[in-house]
Design a protein. Structure first.
Length: 280
């Protein structure tokens, strides 16, 4: 499906470390672990490596009620017939598919510092290609039709401290929501920072209905390659597609991605925009 690029903030060197396009659907009755292996045999030329993990719990955004808090550690007894989540990866580990009984996920992630973000349009195109192959496989196996119930777009940004700001005392030069003047009457020195927020989109201020919810989280971390301190900014747009077809799923991805890009630009400063080469 062709995609016309909307007018959005654009950066020549965005700090994107990972992008996730995820489709959650009603659990496919009769889907077994053996189906994961059968599907892998069809796409193994593109994804020659595999890893196995426990499945991700289903998540559904609800409106008109308070957002539920993040759940803590959950313990469960694995019964017979357990269907895991499988990762199918390319040789470089930069692109992968995740599949479980009720999810199809496609990731791009930066593995080496030289890896360049391939842009949303290409990732969307590859999601569409790979999901069509999976949907065709499900039909051939005479399993129940895939019925989408939630879509999710996630951008994980790795914000390097660089030479512009060597400590968190200058975090006001990174995020517009952090005001250094709030501490002007104190002698406090910022050691660590984390914050999060949730926002509706696609609805007016008083609506109990919305197209989706945007979650933003910022927390400190260390870069794996060299142990350098960074800030990880995670933006996730999640909600239900307007219909059951792949076209409606892709439309939600487009809308969610647009909200993420606009919010990222609004929450970060011109100082950082200049560093990332804003060019819109």
């Amino acid at each position: 499906m062709a995609l016309s690029r909307p007018v959005l903030p654009d950066f020549r060197k965005p700090p994107v470390g990972e992008v996730v396009l995820s489709l959650q659907f009603n659990a496919i009755a009769g889907f077994q672990a053996t189906h994961l292996g059968l599907f892998w045999s069809r796409v193994r030329a593109d994804y020659p490596k595999s890893e196995t993990y426990p499945p991700i719990d289903p998540v559904v955004e609800q409106f008109g009620t308070r957002p539920q808090p993040t759940q803590g550690i959950r313990f469960e007894i694995v019964q017979s017939g357990f269907v895991p989540r499988v990762w199918l990866l390319n040789d470089a580990g930069t692109e992968l598919i995740q599949i479980q009984q009720d999810r199809f996920i496609r990731n791009w992630r930066k593995v080496q510092e030289t890896d360049e973000y391939p842009r949303y349009e290409l990732l969307r195109e590859r999601f569409e290609r790979d999901f069509r192959a999976f949907d065709h496989f499900i039909r051939e196996e005479k399993l129940p039709e895939i019925v989408p119930n939630q879509c999710e777009v996630t951008y994980i940004n790795h914000i390097d401290t660089g030479d512009d700001w060597r400590d968190l005392g200058k975090i006001d030069e990174v995020f517009t929501v952090w005001k250094k003047t709030a501490f002007k009457e104190t002698d406090l020195v910022t050691e660590t920072v984390r914050f999060q927020g949730r926002f509706r989109f696609g609805a007016d201020q008083t609506s109990t209905n919305a197209a989706g919810r945007l979650s933003v989280e910022v927390q400190p971390a260390f870069r794996t390659s060299d142990g350098k301190p960074i800030l990880v900014m995670n933006l996730t747009a999640r909600g239900a597609p307007k219909g059951p077809g792949l076209g409606e799923v892709l439309q939600f991805f487009d809308a969610g991605r647009a909200e993420i890009v606009r919010s990222f630009a609004a929450l970060t400063t011109k100082i950082m925009h200049d560093k990332w080469g804003r060019c819109d």
